[in-house]
Design a protein around this ligand. Structure first.
Ligand SMILES: [Zn+2]
Length: 449
């Protein structure tokens, strides 16, 4: 046999073909009639469909049906299990919403079983919306990990720390012990990245924040924190510490290239300089910030400064969905409107932030975020079968302005097909929804007593 590759001679597990491929690699052009070849969960080649189908002998072909094939979306900030609290309390400012509704409800409701149920619901909702990777922040982290792995969803999963008792940790010391255990056990998991997560600068003491930073440093793990979300927080930290929340955390040594800072709404020019210098990743959550009237993060300035920014939905209790595409599309319109400059947050930028931008925020851009050989195969095929889906002159424009998350037709995570023809493969959605309705009935009874 010569060195040339014989036709159909190379085995591979999966070829995704029959659509325009957006690889999201720098300077790349859309690849019409492209394909992605996958083996052992890894992308082995991206190219023309005719070439790849001629070269490889795939065990399976997934036909995108003339749609758009792109990297799965990365939700850089959410609280998966809070899907169970969707619509529980709306139309309130953040602190009242947290202190009077969310935290008291979590204390009585969110045991390990309910966290698993909420996480199952969140995984189903995420995958069906084209989201293949999420960064969670919640409690009972081990149960969250079991649940996302079973669902086939890639996730950064911390056990959250607050200076008061949480549903799974009586004290911050307990949370630290859980975090250390998870960091040791899941450090090389194919789907899960264990992390630490002090809740915020206003709910975790300086001493505990420092412990969290040390632990994250020891394991090279992501540190996830809410930061500068509301004016109330900015004023509180300023009055107590004399500086902004960002400067306060920077002084404590909490901020690094492994930090995922959710929100960063109330930030000064100096704060932005610190976020850029320290290479902090920012998870921006436009829907949640608008709904809670927390404000609007200066995302265009962040991007100009080279700060890593990805989209997050935040929890379904403040969004009220995990529809990341909605956040992205809203952001594009929001900043055009606010700045009076329609050239801000252009279509390609929006798709980049949904994919490789989010992967960079989570420190996962060596594994996911683009479609290229060597990356894990997290791939979404968006259908173009709706009247609003034609014509497509520019696939980035389509994704940023016309697509809906319900167009996510096929979803592949780590090479595993988890959604096919808009249906979850391994989840009985009807029974899942029944379980959630039943749990909500119990929750209502519990809260009434
Ligand atoms: Zn949050």
């Amino acid at each position: 046999m010569g060195v040339g590759v014989e036709k159909n001679n190379v085995k591979c597990e999966l070829i995704i073909s029959g659509g325009t491929v957006l690889t999201m690699t720098p300077e790349s052009e859309p690849l019409p009639d492209g394909a992605v070849a996958v083996t052992s969960g890894e992308i082995v080649e991206v190219g023309g469909a005719a070439d790849l189908l001629g070269k490889y002998r795939p065990a399976r072909v997934l036909d995108a049906g003339g749609g758009i094939i792109l990297p799965g979306f990365v939700n850089t900030h959410t609280h998966l299990a809070m899907t169970l609290l969707r619509g529980l309390a709306d139309d309130l400012p953040l602190i009242e919403w947290l202190e009077k509704h969310i935290w008291p409800t979590e204390r009585v409701l969110m045991n390990a079983e309910m966290v698993m149920l909420g996480t199952r619901l969140a995984a189903a909702e995420s995958l069906q919306a084209g989201v293949t990777c999420v960064c969670d922040m919640y409690f009972h982290a081990e149960r969250v990990i079991e649940t996302v792995v079973a669902a086939g969803l890639r996730a950064v999963v911390p056990e959250a720390m607050i200076d008061f008792a949480t549903p799974s940790s009586a004290t911050p010391e307990d949370a630290l012990a859980v975090q250390r255990d998870l960091l040791e056990r899941y450090r090389s998991h194919p789907l899960v990245v264990p992390a630490v997560a002090p809740h915020s600068p206003y709910t975790v003491s300086a001493a505990h924040l420092a412990r969290e930073a040390e632990l994250a440093e020891e394991f090279g793990a992501p540190l996830i924190i809410h930061l500068a979300e509301t004016r109330w927080e900015a004023e509180k930290i300023k009055s107590e510490k004399g500086v902004s929340p960002v400067a306060y955390l920077a002084d404590l040594g909490i901020l690094s290239e492994r930090t995922v800072a959710a929100h960063c709404v109330h930030v000064t020019e100096e704060d932005l300089g610190l976020l850029a210098e320290l290479e902090v990743g920012v998870a921006t959550n436009p829907v949640s910030n608008l709904k809670l009237s927390s404000g609007v993060a200066p995302v265009p300035q962040m991007l100009e400064l080279g700060i890593k920014v990805g989209f997050g939905t935040d929890g379904a209790a403040s969004n009220n969905t995990l529809d990341l595409l909605r956040d992205a599309q809203l952001a594009s319109l929001l900043y055009k409107g606010l700045t009076g400059d329609p050239t801000r947050m252009q279509a390609r930028t929006i798709v980049e932030m949904l994919t490789i931008g989010g992967a960079k925020v989570l420190g996962l851009s060596d594994r996911i975020g683009t479609l290229e050989a060597g990356k894990r195969a997290d791939v979404v095929c968006f259908a173009l079968d709706h009247p609003r889906s034609v014509p497509v002159y520019d696939p980035y424009s389509h994704m940023a302005y016309a697509a809906r998350s319900s167009d996510a037709r096929h979803v592949v995570v780590d090479g595993r097909v988890v959604v096919q023809d808009r249906a979850l493969i391994d989840t009985d959605v009807d029974s899942l929804l029944d379980d959630v309705r039943e749990a909500a009935t119990r929750a209502r009874e519990l809260l009434a007593t």
